[in-house]
Design a protein around this ligand. Sequence first.
Ligand SMILES: C[S@@+](CC[C@H](N)C(=O)[O-])C[C@H]1O[C@@H](n2cnc3c(N)ncnc32)[C@H](O)[C@@H]1O
Length: 327
Amino acid sequence: MEPVATRLGYDALLEGLKAGAEDTRLRLLVLLSEGELTVSDLTDILGQSQPRISRHLKLLAEAGLVERFREASWAFYRRATDGPGSTIARAVLALVDPADPVLARDRERLAEVRGARAAAAQAYFRKHAKEWDEIRKLHVAEAAVEAAIREALAGVRIDALLDLGTGTGRMLELYGPEVGRGVGIDLNPEMLAMARANLERAGLKSCTVRQGDIYNLALGRDAFDVVIVHQVLHFLDDGGRAIREAARMLRPGGRLLVVDFAPHDLEFLREQHAHRRLGFAAETVTQWMGAAGLDLVLHRTLAPEAGRKGALTVSLWLGRDPRMMLA
Ligand SMILES: C[S@@+](CC[C@H](N)C(=O)[O-])C[C@H]1O[C@@H](n2cnc3c(N)ncnc32)[C@H](O)[C@@H]1O
């Protein structure tokens, strides 16, 4: 069990315990320890009405056990990470038996809800695989982003490169000519077919792509000098988990480069382009990298060109595996 480092005032302890001491609220707390979820996700998982779920979430948030954050017109909840309430949440969660049948059923429902959303995103990529290389350019100045990627990785020796959510294989095309081995992983067969065609056209024999899930990579750990996650996180439910899995692939001293949008409010990207998250604050990805055991060595934002309609700010985060490299 995790030790509880902090002692709390009597009133804070009582308030926090009261907030958690109710059937639905305890289940909500456990679910929110699995990731960031909306009221509508939680309504689907628990099969309870939206007003009821909202009321319980409000009580948990007031007691500081969970946090609420807004992203354009959506609100997300997650387990609190700061303050007295977070200490109580951590202590309560450490006592929970994950095999409990009610909680196990909630986890299954969570997996189903996430599965349905991932399937919707995959349907989007199936439909748009052929145009993806054009779609990618709609909101970003591709050349500027790729120059920033090169700058971030300048001086890093890349023998083995892993590109997660490789899509049509753009990152492999960019680095393929200079790496010993490039591997691209993606869930979507249509995107992978485009990637294979692109790599073949470019004559990149050192690069291969294969189907796989970023959350559960069937690759040996500690095998890559650089892992890239380029414009993938905003499609995912659980960016933190993806980053943990990506970090596991790094050799000692290896680098994880994440490129994604900074926070924005283009809500239509959720409905029309399967985005789950409208960009990420600098500290969100920084925190995920820290939780995955990486040191952040660079964060940089690239503002869109002036006057370009619909263009978005892009952020780069570079993390480094702190283990020593062997000579
Ligand atoms: C926006 S595309 C980006 C592709 C490429 N990195 C680029 O920048 O052009 C996102 C890709 O992530 C893939 N993807 C989404 N969820 C995934 C998952 N769980 N595991 C692996 N790939 C995933 C999608 O199939 C899609 O090809």
